[in-house]
Design a protein around this ligand. Structure first.
Ligand code: GRG
Length: 281
């Protein structure tokens, strides 16, 4: 995991410079550099590695994923959405710069991500197209954006676990699934099997987020806690800490079982699953 994260950080530093004459590039740099755990790009690279491909050749696709994820966090923090003031241990982008700069930086990160993938000319066109299709579908109106819309719709409402799962399978699950599926695309393999595993991992990730939010503090997590402010139901508010922990353990068990059935070198992914399972922020 460390090797993937270091490679992603190095490539981000190379690709995104903090141009003093451009508020837009300074703002994109501010959000992208430092702080993020780089889980989605690391997952993508581990799948490429598990198919025994040279993962370092696919680093720009990993960075593109992090750019889409970072855009989603910037927009999620805006006053019109969660209205949060801390992210990745720093003031959120609209607080550090301005609301309009935060909106435009998110727009730019999302758009530039696709240009980055389209320009990986060392990669065969059908693999690039497969990745672009999956990333756009995972992030767009049937994926993460739909999840965000549902999340806003169900604020101030008592939801069932079924509805919570539906929201988070889209909001958190679809981009994590896209990361894994893009790993298969990049290796020239069929991505289908990774869709349900990725969504399962996204749901586990969200349950964990809710448990951490209930058991730790904003400084440790490096972000504002705003679920209570918006009266959002969480896995903990619905099932209690013990119930949420039990659901989490079931999900990780089924993720490991599903991965074992695939024709890949699972030892490349297991350390990452382990790191996600035991994360503290
Ligand atoms: C605005 C279109 C749009 C979508 C926003 C991802 C998202 C949808 C909102 C984030 C809200 C949130 C806190 C969800 C919980 C799970 C999650 C995605 C946490 C943040 O991801 P990490 O922990 O963050 O990987 P870092 O900072 O480590 O990259």
């Amino acid at each position: 995991m460390q090797a993937y994260v270091e490679a992603v950080n190095e490539r981000i530093s190379h690709l995104v410079s903090a141009d003093k004459d451009s508020d837009l590039s300074a703002a994109m740099h501010y959000s992208l550099i430092n702080g993020g755990k780089r889980i989605r790009p690391a997952l993508f690279l581990s799948i490429v590695d598990a198919f025994r491909e040279d993962w370092e050749a696919f680093i720009d696709m990993a960075v593109a994923l992090e750019m889409v994820h970072t855009y989603s966090l910037i927009h999620d923090d805006l006053p019109a959405m969660d209205d949060d003031v801390m992210r990745r241990g720093k003031p959120t982008l609209h607080v550090a710069f301005s609301e309009s700069t935060a909106i435009l930086s998110g727009d730019a990160l999302l758009t530039d991500a696709f240009s980055l993938i389209a320009n990986i000319d060392t990669m065969n066109t059908s693999r690039r197209l497969c990745a672009i299709k999956i990333l756009s579908e995972g992030a767009g109106s049937k994926g993460m954006v739909k999840g965000q819309m549902l999340d806003l719709k169900y604020e101030n409402t008592d939801t069932s676990v079924k509805t919570l799962n539906h929201i988070h399978a889209h909001k958190t699950g679809r981009l994590i699934a896209a990361a894994m599926m893009m790993g298969a695309c990049a290796a020239g393999e069929d991505p289908t099997a990774f869709e349900s595993i990725g969504i399962e991992l996204g749901l586990a990730f969200q349950i964990q987020d809710d448990i951490l939010e209930a058991t730790t503090d904003e400084t440790t997590m490096g972000k504002s806690f705003s679920d209570a402010k918006h009266n959002k139901s969480t896995y903990v508010s619905y099932s209690g800490i013990d119930g949420a922990k039990q659901a989490l353990s079931h999900r990780f068990q089924s993720i490991r079982e599903a991965l074992k059935n695939l024709p890949i070198d699972v030892t490349k992914i297991e350390p990452l699953i382990q790191a996600i399972e035991t994360r503290t922020h």
